[in-house]
Design a protein around this ligand. Sequence first.
Ligand SMILES: [Zn+2]
Length: 432
Amino acid sequence: MTVDLLIRDARYVVMTDDDTGMLENASVAIDGGCIVAVGPGLDTDARDVIDGRDALVMPGLVNLHTPLPMALLRGVAEDVDLQGFLERVWAEEARLMDPRGVYVGARLGALEAVMSGTTTALDMYFPPADAHRAAVEVGLRHVTGPVFFSFPGPDGLAWEERMALAREWPATLAAIGGPAVPPALMPHAAFTVGIEHLREIADLARAQSALVHTHASENDRENADTVASTGLRPVGALDSAGLLGLGPVLGHGVRLDDGERRLLAATGTSVAHCPGSNLKLASGAADFVGYRDDGIRVGLGTDGCSSSNDLDMFAVMRLAANLSRLVRDDPASVESREVLAAATLDGARALGLGDRIGTIEPGKEADLVVLDLRAPHLVPIRDPYTAIVYAAGRSDVRDVVVAGEVVVRGRRPTRVDANAVMDEADQLVASA
Ligand SMILES: [Zn+2]
């Protein structure tokens, strides 16, 4: 049998629930976009081969909260709190973020993401079709959908126009193509979308089997603003609208009280923990380990380049690990493998993609990352998870495969010209 792609003679962390640690001198055979075999002594003909000697292969990273087009807003609002940040960002958005700006920004963000080992991203920005087209062109598995505000919002759409866009969204996704993703509906937050409108979104999400993604409890001020407008904190507002039972993904979830934590665990709600953004905006320290102990699924996200400046999930893994040790005052509170699981399989499960991606095993789609181990900071490898979380960085990402396609090879993107993407972004910011 001849397969499409063989990654041969590498070390692997496969991240299945029952794996027994690192595989050595093993190969992965990929055909028709899927993993067909994993293991040592695998010798099959392949149309394409990646030599894995001196390499460690891991599942692709899942960035669970990242407005990709905001790559264009990198550095726009520094040294301010969340509310000061929003004022500056909104002004620059008005200047740059027409559909063309969103497309150019999403290409830049998607390129940064895949070159950094991210294979899947959950992106809340608008208009979603322009961002999706850009990200799919670069080769990213890109989950997005219409964003909702109860007022006209930065994009100036009336409520009915948003709902119309949302009803069309599964067809729009199908027309654009790209790696398989669920449709998503994205109410911005419980303080910007009224409860009646949240209920409409819940109904549509049920009808479409859509993923719901929203911001919740990013800082104390957001909680206070939500109480002022709805009488409830964000989690309570989402619950009263019937959204929590749909297993949504909550961006940030920094300031959650005990009752809210129990509710999120009981409803299968996921939290996208974004320690880089939360630290930089001094929003607070989400209790990653406490959430885990409460039974909440936690994935990791970078948030946007406007707040955390880059899309580096290796940096986020290290921050998440060290921050939770500090929060818990306990160096044994979290293990590296759990942090890598949050950035891979748990993120995939949060998106409803846990049976398609997130691990390296036969039957799954091939989303994986090849790290170059010939670097002084990665010698010796005693424990691969610790090496990935505490020593590796995105510059070690050599090859990236999404849905069986090599989208980065030898640190270069295969589907787009990196210089053209960067030039386009620079020119747009300078000329708009
Ligand atoms: Zn955010």
